[in-house]
Ligand binder design. Sequence first.
Ligand SMILES: *Cc1c(COP(=O)(O)O)cnc(C)c1O
Length: 415
Amino acid sequence: MTLDSLDRAACAAMDAADPLAPLRDRFDIPTGMIYLDGNSLGAMPKGAAARAHDVVTREWGADLIKSWNSAGWFDLPVRLGDKLAPLIGAGDGEVIVCDSTSQNLFKVLSAAVALRPHRKVLILEGSNFPTNNYIAQGVAAATGGRVEVRLCEKDEIADAIDEDTIAVAITHVHYKTGHIHDMAAITARAQAAGALAIWDLCHSAGAMPVDLGGAGVDFAVGCTYKYLNGGPGSPAFLFAAKRHQGHALQPVTGWWGHAAPFAFEPGYRPQRDIRQFLIGTQPILSMALVEVGLDIHRAADMTAIRAKSMALTDLFIRLVEERCAGHGFTLASPREAAARGSQVSFAHPDGYPIMRALIAAGVIGDFRAPDTVRFGFTPLYVGYVDVWDAVDRLVTIMDEGIWKRPEHQIRDAVT
Ligand SMILES: *Cc1c(COP(=O)(O)O)cnc(C)c1O
């Protein structure tokens, strides 16, 4: 498409030809809002309110404790894991939905430490979302000095792996830049050195094809409230390859991970399947809503999702660079779509007030310190006209200096 022919009408034509466009109707997005923050909190599926109402009034209100059996509450973590598995290249019984990403990372890192008792280094990415590194530091501290955490940046990771490495635990798509790590290559490199490969899929699950089985990954974690649209604070997931189940032990040995939870035995005995990664009673209301998001994904083709994600992000980069030229934006994401997840970041020294002005104008993205404005593109509900209109509003904010107004300088707690 030439520069001249790329206008709002051309974007509307792309929406009309988009095979995923009908899925937008399965989400409730406020009129006039362009939601480019699905990489932080996914939009609400229309079915969520009805599902929540049913769980509260019928399953809880009317059926009360019977629902642990009759409504399948007790099996929900396993059943949802099996539903999620095809999206990340996992098999039946290899994924469980429970707890938070931070907690699940603690479990799998601890399991890795136990599987490699004579090694001492956990390798993570220093610029990753900090909770991953904090959790690894906590796992290391709990060993009383046997284990240490080594933080590397992307090009150093492969060379840092050696015979002392317990595991490499990297986030597949970088939260700030959107850079995609080569999962298959890093996994192979780690395993060739006798180490384990652990992947965090927070920014890839639901946004792009992931093949944990094909890459031979050992463990993975990720959240369901970003591209999987499970709702605020919805439970995360944990993947453990079949070969590790029953061998890899995790230290948070609660009753839901016990081989016979209702035998009420005095001593802990782990389950021999994926349920060994459970701890205790799960938040059923929140968990039930995960299914609503997953069911929308089952109606979508992941190849189409990835193709649209690349097209949307390419379009956004091109329009910002052309129409905001001279306004000081520097692309902070890989330029090549194949190297980028479903988000685009730009660095700008005044990124914070610019993002506030954008949000006030109905374009929701977010800001990541010190200077990054970040935009997520969920192909299930973001269209090409949305991209055009978002950039249009950004152009007005920059051309007219709207971001310089005093109300856009105020700092909120959550950015
Ligand atoms: C979103 C995200 C998390 C979230 O962790 P919580 O335990 O849900 O707070 C963790 N790691 C990465 C890389 C993330 O992007």
